[in-house]
Ligand binder design. Sequence first.
Ligand code: C2E
Ligand code: MG
Ligand code: MG
Ligand code: MG
Length: 275
Amino acid sequence: KAKNSIEKEIEFFSKHMEKEVVMNVQMEDALKKALKNQEFFLMFQPQYKTDGKHLRGFEVLLRWHSSELGTVSPAKFIPEAEKTGLIKEIGEWVIRKAIKRFNDLEKYFDKKLVLSINISVVQLTEPGFLEQVKDIIDSEGLNGFRLEFEITESHFISDQEHVIDVLYKLKDLGINIALDDFGTGYASLSHLQHIPLDILKIDKSFIDLIANNSNKEKMMVVPLIEMSHQWGIEVVAEGVETIDQLHYLEDHNCDYLQGFLFNKPLTEAQIIESF
Ligand code: C2E
Ligand code: MG
Ligand code: MG
Ligand code: MG
């Protein structure tokens, strides 16, 4: 007898869910080995002033070539690392490694740049995180660059007060705070007044709208930029891919740009070659 559609659907979902569970167990195992086996490395994506000429600094992006799973994107493995708590160790590795690398790279530039590191809220709320950061800075030093931490917007809803307290303490250490992926989560503009922010990163999904012909959609970014400026916050546009986007953002006083129009994430060798 032919299966009815509900039975077929159930079969479909259970197969896929099984696969998903197996994948997660494999990934957890593989992630545990990744640090030990040195399967992680870092890439750096340049950020520019909106004139497109002056370099502001670099965002650090983590990469993983797993011996078992091949190349896995951070969008996939970071959430897994967060769920399993492995993000604590991985995140610490990223901060230390990025600072070490930049202490070497800094000599290739003639001005003080910003090194921007993505930090998971799981790390941020971990007891001992501030001490960890302090220890890394004390032991590695910061040779002529400024550290910035990017925190994803959607993470702010949970335990806001504690998160904000940690952010103030990071600022006391001289670290810039950037709100990442703005527009994708729940933080509204009015939230921004309560967070000690230096930088707002407007998510690529908003920047993509600029390519649309519809004027209304294009205009979405304008109040974000204006409101940020009124609060003394500078704005980075993420995922800039076209000249039209560049010109629109220039016309509306966006401060900094990052995206494939300028560079994809680069290796250290590529940085030394290109700058
Ligand atoms: P994110 O912090 O918003 O980083 C920007 C992402 O957009 C990066 O993807 C970057 O390669 C990509 N991108 C930049 N410009 C363009 C563009 O013009 N077009 C397109 N299509 N994409 C562009 P990536 O490296 O795959 O990272 C994905 C996410 O994974 C990051 O989003 C961040 O949330 C997370 N992530 C990456 N590295 C780390 C890390 O060290 N720690 C933590 N906690 N999260 C990280
Ligand atoms: Mg980021
Ligand atoms: Mg982002
Ligand atoms: Mg983003």
